[in-house]
Design a protein. Structure first.
Lengths: 145, 259
């Protein structure tokens, strides 16, 4: 007997690999899935309203709009015109907003959930299962034989 | 039996997810462009009507031109530009849309709080003769980038057909009327003065709100769709694929350790 454990990003490929494992003749009893929730940020642990994950770019889009409107208006008086200044100022606004957001949340990345699939299988299937996991974009693999 | 409250719906028009919305952020987008806040709340019919009237009233009041005049310090010209009658209609309209989106956000959050702990039941794939739709992971920044290039494109990427259609109509209308692309061409050719003259400030000032509003919408909705996908997958894996919770720890027989 061998045990193969793979970790995946939550997504369609999880279900595709489960399908492929079934096709290899493995029963449900020999497969076990664990769904790993992303860790909650410190702020949202106290905040029951939010789903645990806050959006990291609210302020970026808001500042981009404000800066874009003001920058384009003032651009009518400047060399190169409103389009150049509008685009430039909205970019600056966007980055400024992201930066302020970053100071509060300390991260830019949206957190994703992960899934662990563990399979008990006869040793002859071990290589096939490894291949199934690799084809379906496993992020990590562990084989015990 | 039909459920009293559903958490999500998926059909050929797109998908709608019930989730927490920050009321202040929603109110801000309504202030940037009436209609956007309602679009973010998935109140599409309201959003579509407010969007239409925002552009009609704002255009006739010459509000955006007056804003440009004010920002560059020509206050007398702003007074002449502004059409008083239309501007007075605009005031209650503007504050109504902010107020309404703020209150709708609060009551939607209440609905969401009631549904927080209940399991998700949503089809992963629907097929209809009008088209098919399925849940999958989306990339928030890709949606935002498409909407920034052409408002509406990111909404099509996320399959939000109704807001995508209204954003497409208005972004084509705004792009053509403000002559931004003409102006860009002249600017690249080196005619800085001419490039400024072809621009129409009244239509140009709609652009930042429409571009960044739709980019934010695409970014947010991609995250909401991903969260729905994860919730559904978590429930499915728990139900169908985790028969034995000790699976990972059981496989070593104590006797094997001693050998």
């Amino acid at each position: 007997m061998a045990t193969v454990i793979g970790i995946f990003r939550s997504g369609l490929q999880v279900e595709l690999s489960l399908q492929a494992l079934k096709r290899e003749g493995l029963t449900r009893e020999s497969i076990h899935c664990l769904f790993l929730d992303p860790p909650r940020s410190l702020q949202s642990q106290h905040d029951s309203k939010a789903d645990g994950r806050t959006k990291k770019a609210d302020l970026g889009f808001i500042f981009a709009t404000i800066f874009g409107v003001v920058g384009a208006s003032i651009g009518f008086r400047m060399l190169l015109g409103p389009i150049f200044w509008g685009i430039l100022s909205s970019l600056i606004g966007f980055l400024l907003g992201l930066l302020i957001n970053f100071c509060y949340t300390k991260t830019f990345k949206e957190q994703t959930a992960f899934v662990i699939i563990a399979v008990n299988c006869p040793s002859r299937l071990q290589q096939t299962i490894e291949q199934v996991f690799t084809v379906n974009h496993a992020l990590g693999l562990k084989v015990d034989s | 039996m039909k459920r009293r409250r559903a958490k999500a719906e998926l059909n050929f028009w797109g998908q709608t997810v019930l989730c927490h919305k920050p009321p202040i952020v929603i109110a801000w987008w309504s202030a940037a462009l009436p209609g956007l806040g309602h679009m973010l709340l998935d109140l599409h019919l309201k959003g579509f009507i407010l969007f239409l009237f925002e552009i009609i009233i704002n255009y006739h009041a010459n509000l955006n031109s007056a804003m440009v005049d004010t920002f560059i310090g020509e206050f007398d010209k702003a007074k002449i530009d502004l059409n008083a009658q239309w501007a007075l209609i605009y005031i209650p309209f503007y504050f109504f849309s902010i107020w309404d989106s703020y209150h709708s956000a609060i009551s939607i959050n209440g609905q969401n709080a009631l549904m927080q702990k209940s399991p998700v039941h949503v089809p992963m794939l629907t097929i209809h003769t009008f088209g098919m739709n399925y849940l999958e992971k989306k990339l928030p920044w890709v949606g935002a980038a498409w909407s920034a290039l052409l408002p509406g494109a990111g909404q099509f990427y996320l399959r939000r057909i109704i807001p995508a259609l209204s954003l497409f109509i208005w972004s084509v209308m705004i792009y053509v009327n403000c002559h931004e692309l003409d102006s860009l061409q002249l600017l690249i050719d080196g005619h800085a003065i001419d490039s400024m003259k072809v621009l129409n400030p009244e239509w140009l000032l709609f652009l930042p709100s429409v571009i960044f509003g739709s980019a934010y919408d695409a970014y947010c909705k991609a995250i909401e769709i991903n969260q729905l996908f994860e919730k559904e997958q978590r429930a499915y894996l728990k139900k169908e694929w985790s028969s034995d919770s000790n699976f990972l720890f059981q496989r070593w027989d104590p006797h094997e350790w001693q050998q």
